[in-house]
Design a protein around this ligand. Structure first.
Ligand SMILES: *Cc1c(COP(=O)(O)O)cnc(C)c1O
Length: 390
């Protein structure tokens, strides 16, 4: 590609395309973060976020990547040596486990095949076996971005309740919040972890913890050392719309605009749009004759689709060709999936024709890279998008 005219297609599953409205909102001059004007911004955002998390609980915002919010969730609720039950859904669950181990938690990792979501029955069994109540937390990734398999958080909640266990439920929604239905209160989640750069359509740099009353109580006696990540000063300052240290003001402008956009479209419509695009993408993959990595159709992610290539083809080579020829970035295979899968992000600020363009780039790339496939994926997707009632 000589000169990359037109827009770059950023079809990785986060960061996602940042809409012009949000870019413009962030271009405003930074204001005094101790001013009355700032308090108005802070209060509007903190309230708007509750709709997206579907909660009435407190939500805190850190100037950090999502990884920081993982750490905040652990150090605010737990103590060194506590046992935590985690589920091996894929690369991100594995990274969260490594973090927990580094912090000094005792992690019980339920094995998985990286092609399914977390298994509520396995969680229930592990909790029933924990007769001494040593497990203090259950940590699950809602939408495993490395595999495109989503876990049933309602199912995990039911498993914990059936086992009659008091462990806290911690959930990573970094690639699902604002794209897939997620109910912090109804599903009895204690800490929800999220980030700015995926469904919320913002650049990277903000992360979130939604905190149940039970988690807040647990934080009063949690013994991990913490200072920057400490919820308490954050929750206290947030009551009046402020932050205990300099917030990422311009990202908060962007967040204010993102929340307005989600509200204008209607959060249910946003979820429906994502599931419709995901279905169209899967129809394309099937028509190409390639395999969707996620093996359980009830667990398909709405925000991304991971596609398995035949063993003789390298997915990174395919992605290289597509970037070079069509100026489109696709997600790589992560961890043990490197070179074996590529991931199509269809989340955030996205519409039918952007999806059509994305799938066209993939289909042309498959031909150029010599990946055996049947043409017709794009046609299958267009047939679905064009006919189905909205
Ligand atoms: C992107 C992602 C992360 C990592 O977030 P960072 O902002 O890169 O720290 C963690 N978990 C999931 C499920 C993700 O999609």
């Amino acid at each position: 590609m000589s000169f990359p005219s037109g827009r770059h297609f950023l079809q990785i599953p986060g960061p996602t395309n940042v809409p012009d409205r949000i870019l413009r909102a962030m271009a405003r001059p930074t204001i005094d973060h101790r001013s009355a004007e700032f308090a108005g911004l802070g209060l509007e955002i903190l309230e708007g976020l509750q709709e997206v998390f579907q909660t009435k609980s407190a939500i805190v915002i850190f100037p950090s990547s999502g990884t920081g919010a993982w750490e905040a969730a652990l150090v605010n609720t737990l103590s060194p040596g506590d046992r935590v039950l985690m589920c091996e859904t894929g690369h991100f669950a594995t990274l969260w486990r490594e973090m927990a181990a580094k912090l000094g938690l005792d992690v019980l990792f339920l094995p998985g095949d990286w092609r399914h979501g977390a298994d509520p029955d396995a969680v229930e069994t592990a909790l029933r076996d924990d007769r001494e109540g040593r497990i203090k937390g259950v940590a699950v990734v809602h939408n495993e971005t490395s595999t495109g398999a989503a876990s049933s958080i309602a199912g995990i909640r039911t498993a914990i309740d059936r086992a009659g266990h008091g462990a806290l439920l911690l959930v990573d929604t970094i690639s699902s919040l604002g794209s897939m239905d997620y109910r912090h209160d109804e599903w009895g989640v204690d800490v929800t972890v999220a980030g700015s750069q995926k469904g919320l359509m913002l650049p990277p740099g903000l992360s979130f913890n939604a905190i149940s009353a039970k988690a807040l109580r647990a934080s009063a006696s949690a013994r991990f050392s913490k200072s920057y990540w400490d919820w308490e000063p954050m929750v206290a300052a947030n009551r009046k719309g402020f932050f205990p240290y300099t917030p990422a003001t311009n990202l908060l402008y962007g967040l204010q605009e993102a929340l307005r956009m989600l509200r204008e479209e209607g959060i249910r419509n946003v979820f429906d749009r994502h599931s419709r695009h995901a279905e169209a993408a899967r129809r394309a993959v099937r028509a190409w004759g390639l395999d969707i990595l996620c093996l359980d159709s009830s667990q398909y992610s709405s925000s991304l689709t991971a596609v398995l290539l035949p063993p003789e083809n390298n997915a990174d080579e395919l992605r290289r060709v597509i970037l070079e020829r069509f100026n489109m970035s696709l997600g790589s295979g992560l961890g043990r999936l490197q070179g074996k899968v590529f991931r199509i992000g269809h989340l955030g600020d996205f519409n039918d024709l952007m999806l059509a363009g994305t799938l066209s780039g993939v289909e042309m790339g498959l031909a150029i890279a010599g990946v055996p496939h049947s043409p017709g994926g794009v046609t299958a997707a267009l047939g679905y998008l064009g006919s189905e009632r909205r």
